[in-house]
Design a binder for this molecule. Sequence first.
Ligand code: COA
Length: 325
Amino acid sequence: MNQRIYSRIIGTGGYLPEKVVTNFDLEKIVETSDAWIRERTGIEERRIAADDQTTCDLAEKASIEALKMAAINSQELDLIIVATTTPDKTFPSTACLLQTRLGNRCAPAFDIQAVCTGFVYALSVADQFIQTGMAKKVLVVGAETLSRITNWEDRNTCVLFGDGAGAVILEASTKPGILSTHIHADGQYEELLHVPSGVSKRPLTDDIAERTMSMKGNEVFKVAVNTLSSIASETLEANGMVKEDLDWLVPHQANMRIIMATAKKLKLRDDQTVITVNKHANTSSASVPMALNEAIRDGRIQRGQTLLLEAFGGGFTWGSALIKY
Ligand code: COA
């Protein structure tokens, strides 16, 4: 029988823009309060890209860090995938722009758009390429400048989001790595969380509400909590594992209450859950790889441990990855 090929994480990187916007800063532009934001979301501050910084700029910095940790050069990559909802251009893809920046010349490069689940979708696609032998070294990035599609006059949304990028390098290996990925979507929820206009919708509009995120927060909240709990069970069952087999939950960082509800269902202690939402807010596709990068770099996540990554986002989309690190 052929030996199974796994996707093993050999490098991670992350990048946050320098500009910090605190809840107190937001109190000055919309009717909100630090206390309300902390209590309902766990968010204290977020980073916002400079006016001349793009998603690709953030992706590049995170990718360079990941390449360094993996101790490989960019020419060795044979696939580049960027998950983003906020690309630099309608085309070429941000992945193609990133490929040139990194000095890689012929690896296939493409973007994936699954909003906050984008990184988990990209990881799932990368894993299929590795398992089938189509790729051996893959760069998977989640990068966003959500501040560009945020309505800074809408308190329902503007307090929740931030900018950033996270990157992971996967390598084909006979040692365990990604054990399974699970991705789903249900487009019937389109209007609960969306940016109403896009490039093909006519008439073109200058209306800020059409060009920025609109969300029915409490309805999103309910579906997110239920869906994340069911995908955690689906993932454990698919691998013949139980809750107690998990060492870490690396969740999408949308809201502390959603994260804690998932951790509680999994009977995980607080110190087994990676939290960055307080400092990063919701960075969409960047949130899971940035959280993973932080916990690997500060030594909390150790080789041999079992990690559950999960995410939920617009679409709705949701997904998970079970990883032996
Ligand atoms: N500051 C102060 N008050 C605010 C506010 C803000 N930034 N945003 C909303 N409010 C008000 C509302 O207007 C409402 O006031 P009303 O009762 O007078 O109408 C009140 O707070 C309660 O609003 P509600 O939406 O029911 O609050 P909530 O407890 O559900 O918390 C969210 C709101 C957005 C924090 C919460 O629903 C949430 O996190 N949802 C998930 C969002 C998410 O994660 N989206 C991304 C998924 S990837």
